[in-house]
Write a protein that binds this ligand. Sequence first.
Ligand code: DGY
Length: 322
Amino acid sequence: MKEKRNVYVTRLLHPPVMERLKEICNYEVNPEDRPLSREELLRNVKGRDAVLCFLHDQIDAEVLEAAGPQCKIFANGAVGYNNIDLAEAEKRGIWVSNTPDVLTDATADLAWALLFDAARRVSEGDRLVRKGEEFEWAPNFMLGVDITGRTLGVLGAGRIGSNFARKSQGFGMKVLYSNRRPSPSFEAETGARYVDRETLLRESDFISIHVPLTPETHHMIGPKELAMMKETAVLINTSRGPVINEKALAHALKTGQIRAAGLDVYENEPEVEPELLSLDNVVMTPHIGSATLDTRINIGLLAVRNIEAALNGETPPNLVVK
Ligand code: DGY
């Protein structure tokens, strides 16, 4: 019988994923419900044939070197892979894979949850009720902004951005999008109009970010871009925190330059810009875009499928290339 390969898993996953892993390899897993320290990561990847890692694991030259030349793949359990140095992996002949598609709906749904909440002040109202404050219907009490029929700006029309835009159809929204290149199929499906980024920022009532974090998208939204937005604009980010200059966003929210924001990701995650914490016009969730049980199981199973292919000497189905 062929000897089972030796795989390391940096977080304990759900039973169906661990069972599948057991069928294809010998694995060891971080037993603690926390990310590994740097030292633990370096120690545990040593001599492995494959590593299943997550966005909190910084996979750089040192970690790849520690893993050793026999290592076939680092399978990231996320669609984003900005935590992995692709150039260094490629130099060493180590494959990198991600988990697209399986988390598209969950992440787009959360972007909608943040949009509704920020527009209609749901969390703010919840805080008020819980505090036991007296409240009474009044013509000007807790007014939000309308969603139906408004203009939605989608920055990045990849899988998640397109899915998010498609879901606006029930609200009769006009969709603008900006992307590296136009997508005729996306336009046909959603009636979206391809515009440059500046037009999108100036004309949209709601702006949702769905771009990967790269040197080009770092601080894509800063003081200049915030100044272009409508005073009534609502900004949503479920992609990666450093795409927004968080200090500039806090300033824009505080001074009323834009109306509100909904954030699931942060520039220096897990730390959050302190000024944001004191503002009522920002809704914040703790990076839970893909956090549903089914989605997390599917992410794990897809990462395992990539590992299985790599261990068999086959190109992993979700290979990431530079
Ligand atoms: C991803 O897959 O990149 C998400 O951010 C993880 O929740």
